[in-house]
Design a protein around this ligand. Structure first.
Ligand code: 6PG
Length: 250
């Protein structure tokens, strides 16, 4: 991946989450100063728990009442399911901080029909941003992780959602997981003001090297490149251990 992206490498996961929390607070402060609110897309899985828990400690000045929370993807499970990305974010952060409930826009993944859940979420986004047809929402910050095979959000290799160019949100059948996921699409992700990949651990080192230094451009996470925004990769040394040039920041 040729870089107009910025990579920051931290010695440990703790320092990685500190760095991510600082960035979150700075982007939030700038967005609120600039246009009165901060619209952020949360990522799921396990990595961001460390960031969400740190943000909930109060160690960083976060103007919670001006923040609006969305999700980049969701598993096709109810919100109280152990695999729910919404549940993870609530347990780690949202249940512990003074965010007005009306500022939290979860994906209604309890809906049996995943395509309907996607359509409903798309309408939620359209209504929130007051979009006209063929316009895209501009999130202030999109948090993303990556899987060991390079998926991000629920954009998995060789899945239909990767080709979606007009919808904002789709249901995406993931054969290898034998399940539907609901996910924001590449046009939405790439319209963000800032995208922050948060990656930790040795098991991600190979895919990080392939994404950031490989010759291909077909890995889903490589296709996330904001058209007019900042692209930030925050890694700990373990996740960055395969990179040929590994300058630590933290
Ligand atoms: C999800 C996430 C997904 C995640 C990666 C990495 O729903 O699982 O949105 O894209 O970021 O799978 O997950 P880990 O942080 O658990 O490795």
């Amino acid at each position: 991946m040729k870089s107009n992206l910025e990579t920051r490498i931290f010695k440990t996961p703790v320092e990685l989450f500190e760095g991510a929390a600082k960035e979150f607070a700075e982007v939030a402060e700038h967005a609120i100063r600039h246009h009165g609110r901060f619209c952020v897309v949360l990522s799921g899985g396990s990595t961001p728990k460390g960031l969400y828990s740190l943000l909930a400690t109060g160690k960083f000045a976060i103007p919670w009442e001006h923040i609006f929370f969305f999700w980049g993807d969701e598993r096709h499970v109810p919100p109280n399911h152990p695999e729910s990305n919404y549940r993870m974010a609530c347990e780690a952060m949202l249940s512990k901080v003074p965010v007005p409930p009306g500022n939290i826009f979860r994906i209604h993944s309890e809906e049996k029909d995943a395509a309907l859940a996607a359509q409903q979420y798309q309408q939620t986004i359209i209504d929130f941003f007051g979009l006209t047809p063929a316009t895209l929402p501009r999130f202030d910050l999109v948090l993303l992780g990556i899987g060991t095979e390079g998926h991000t959000a629920s954009l998995f290799p060789d899945t239909a959602a990767l080709a979606e160019r007009s919808k904002l949100v789709v249901a995406n059948w993931v054969e290898k997981l034998n399940t539907d996921r609901i996910t924001l699409t590449l046009p939405v992700l790439n319209h963000a003001a800032e995208i922050l990949f948060l990656v930790s651990g040795n098991e991600k080192a190979a895919i990080v090297k392939e994404i950031l230094e490989g010759e291909t451009a077909l890995i889903p996470a490589q296709r996330v490149r904001p058209s007019d925004g900042k692209l930030l990769w925050l890694l700990d040394e373990a996740a960055a251990s395969g990179l040929s040039t590994c300058q630590r920041v933290g």
